[in-house]
Design a protein. Structure first.
Length: 190
DNA sequence: CTTCCAGCCTTTT
DNA sequence: AAAAGGCTGGAAG
């Protein structure tokens, strides 16, 4: 998944500025236990670029390495503690969502889909077909974009389910998708 | 209700 | 060029 390079996004940037930039981007990350196992939060200079979940810490780091193979990764538990706690708070109480700047990277199409995901209100769900119609594409394409969302929870891909009402799939395990939706439904019911 | 199938759009190899 | 996805709707058991 060749993520778009946000460092090149500014067309007014001079060649001198380009040269002065570090050749490899630095990413800070932190892995912490959470109500759904472990989470890994990774942030760039612009904001969170990955929020991964899993049963153990090691695979999370492996996934981060794979997704950002070109980046220099540096653990920063202290510096990210605040952000991580925000995410944990959201997991404990969906009514208090994390307020983090996001650095969302993906193809133009993926960004369109992910933006649509962010419009789904707390406590609600959409099916792949609805989003496909809204975006003028095919459910299958929506699903693959959801599946490649690097910002679990923060970009609520878990709010997309099958037309039949089945939960369909979730990159980080159907059990977590179910838990997230349950938590959000409960929060909304209050 | 369950399986099977053929189209469907993007991304990855 | 080919395969593989967090899909769907319709046909068939």
């Amino acid at each position: 998944m060749p993520a778009t390079d946000n460092r090149s996004a500014n067309p007014t940037e001079t060649p001198a500025l380009k040269r002065s930039r570090p050749r490899v981007e630095g990413l800070r990350y932190s892995i912490a236990p959470c109500p759904l196992g472990y989470l890994l939060l990774a942030v760039s200079a612009k904001g969170a670029c990955a929020l991964l979940m899993g049963d153990a810490p090691e695979p999370l780091l492996a996934e981060l390495r794979q997704r950002f193979a070109e980046a220099a990764l540096q653990v920063d538990d202290a510096g990210l503690n605040d952000d991580v706690q925000q995410v944990v708070s959201q997991l404990n109480d969906a009514q208090h969502p994390a307020q983090l700047p996001l650095d969302i990277r993906g193809t133009a199409f993926q960004q369109r889909v992910w933006r649509a995901l962010q419009q789904i209100p707390l406590g609600q769900t959409r099916n792949y077909s609805e989003l496909a119609t809204q975006l003028g594409t095919h459910p299958r394409a929506v699903a693959s974009a959801c599946a490649s969302n690097p910002l679990g929870l923060l970009v609520p891909c878990h709010r997309v389910i099958a037309r039949t009402g089945a939960l369909s799939g979730y990159r980080w395990g159907l059990q977590r998708k179910a838990a997230l939706l349950k938590g959000e439904a409960d929060a909304q019911a209050q």
